[in-house]
Design a protein around this ligand. Sequence first.
Ligand code: BJW
Length: 248
Amino acid sequence: MTQSLSNRQAALEQARGLLAQCEKIVCFSGAGLSAESGISTFRDTETDALWSRYDPTKLASPEGFAEDPKLVIDWYDWRRQAIANAEPNAAHIALAGRPDIIQVTQNVDDLLERAGCKAESVFHLHGNITHDRCHARCGYQQKVDLGSPPGLRSCPMCNAPLRPAVVWFGETLPQWAWQQSEQHCRTADCLLVIGTSASVYPAAGLIQLTKTYGGKVLVINTQPSGASALADMELIGPCGEWLPQLLS
Ligand code: BJW
């Protein structure tokens, strides 16, 4: 779906006007933000998304990990290597150029930070693939080399299996990241919703939260999504094209 050049320019001006009226801008992003870096999305009808090729109940749930831990770890290590070989794209760089914007992301990669966003202004709602943690939650956590991931191994503290420090289906979100994100979305004048299907909860509920507290919602996605119905404005197309123009 594309917009004609004049429609595109008019939409850009309108979106810039909307942002100009806003003091506090928060960005809520999903897998589409990293798509132009070559990282697969999860449920994209336009590409070979992960959940159309792999079963999330086997690969992204505690039950799947209990059934076949090696399969899960090998799959995450394959994704880690893809992230190690990826570079931040124009959308990450445009966001990093605006340190006033708080980053609430569902992404587990570190491309926002590698683009230059300060770690303390990036809230990873679904955890970080850059770290392993103890599955039994004894508290042990370790950074891993994404390019040379360690494979299935045990926790040196309690001998339970180690696993990526990401949030699987049925698991609760990291408390600090969730509380901070709720607070920022409640007080945002504008929520930029970038590259997410807005289909996974409780994260997707943040869009409604901003609306409920009177903030505007500006969506950028290559296609209509679960956020469309809440959007004050929607820019259809790749975020790597829209964001540099919008935020410069
Ligand atoms: C572009 C683009 C370009 C492409 N430019 N755009 C309420 C109702 C119903 C269900 C639930 C509910 N509350 C909870 C649930 C259950 C469940 C859930 O939401 N299920 C739904 C799928 C129905 N939620 C959970 O289980 C969550 N936990 C929880 O609720 O805990 C409480 C609890 C605990 C115990 C008992 C009961 C309750 C946890 C959710 C964890 C999600 N984990 C994953 C995997 C992370 C690790 C990993 O990476 O492997 O997180 S799943 C996957 O989906 C990943 C993502 O962060 C998440 C969201 O996906 P995202 O980012 O939106 O990506 P896509 O692919 O869906 O969309 C990409 C978009 O980009 C598309 O729209 C494209 O068009 C667009 N795009 N290129 C701009 N260049």
